[in-house]
Design a protein around this ligand. Structure first.
Ligand code: PAF
Length: 281
């Protein structure tokens, strides 16, 4: 496995490996969810192709300094995990290697990124689009694998790829969960014991709404109330948003006639967790 920290080194490293190139962009603190993306990337690349993992805590996608400062950065453990997973090239730049001090170009998606996490985190998706496009260009990847957990991120990146004719195929990979249903996230390690014990409530609240949906409930307000009640029963969780949106357009739905996503973000102290569930009429 080759580990590089500079952009020109990345270009040289991938040039020495076979095609196709499949990129897994990450911010590190790798868990089983990331490793599932890496395994998918290996399948897509085949034995002759190149799996590239980027590890970069991208400052321009953070809206809160405290969140950026607290983001875990266990680089050595991440490199070991990548080596064991058969990654070919790791790109782990520092901020100076990625951004000039006077950088002045940002990629903005202005429709799908407005609501949900975009409303709660101003500038977040501009930061994501900008870094992801840079990582695509630097790695020369034909394919990139992202987790479905961040469904809004994937929808926004899909739109960027479509609207800017970026020659990269995007693959979404299903959310990996703990045995108790909590979606794997690098932020989970920041939960204290009581918060961690409470956190599966997010998934349970969404599942309760889906159960009501399967039992025939088609009224958005009713389904939202079922999920809201499940989250509100917690003394530790503070609801950031709960929304029922069209699975394609991510716009709020008034009637459930097409596939929809019930999505939520919740704070446990300073730690913000997200999850969603799909409702297929
Ligand atoms: O999902 C993430 O970890 C990040 O948003 C990404 C795609 C690596 C961009 O920094």
């Amino acid at each position: 496995m080759t580990v590089v920290t500079q952009t020109d080194e990345l270009r040289a490293a991938v040039a020495g490996h076979g095609l196709p190139r499949v990129l897994v962009p990450t911010m590190g603190a790798l868990h089983a969810g990331h490793l599932a993306l890496v395994h998918r990337a290996r399948e897509l690349a085949g034995p002759a192709g190149t799996v590239v993992v980027s590890i970069f805590v991208n400052p321009i996608q953070f809206d809160r300094e405290t969140d950026l400062a607290a983001y875990p950065r266990p680089l050595e453990a991440d490199l070991t995990a990548c080596r064991e997973a058969g990654v070919d090239v790791v790109f782990a730049p520092d901020v100076a290697a990625m951004y000039d001090a006077d950088r002045s170009v940002t990629v903005t998606e202005s429709l799908l990124s407005r609501g949900l996490c975009g409303a709660a985190r101003p500038g977040h998706f501009d930061g994501v689009c900008t870094v992801v496009l840079k990582l695509f260009l630097l790695s020369g990847c034909e394919t990139a694998v992202f987790g479905d957990k961040d469904f809004q991120q994937l929808a926004v990146i899909r739109r960027m790829v479509r609207d800017l004719n970026v020659p990269v195929t995007l693959i979404g990979h299903p959310t990996v969960r703990e045995a108790d249903g909590l979606a794997l996230s690098s932020r989970n390690v920041r939960l204290n014991a009581a918060q961690r014990a409470d956190a599966p409530r997010l998934r349970q609240a969404l599942v309760a709404a889906r159960t009501a949906f399967h039992a025939g409930s088609r009224t958005p307000s009713e389904l939202l109330e079922t999920a809201r009640a499940g989250i509100a029963a917690s003394a530790l969780a503070r609801l950031d948003y709960l929304a029922l949106v069209d699975a394609e357009s991510l716009q709020t739905v008034a009637r459930l006639e097409r596939p929809a996503l019930l999505a939520t973000a919740v704070f446990y102290g300073e730690v913000r967790l997200i999850d969603h569930i799909r409702l297929d009429p």
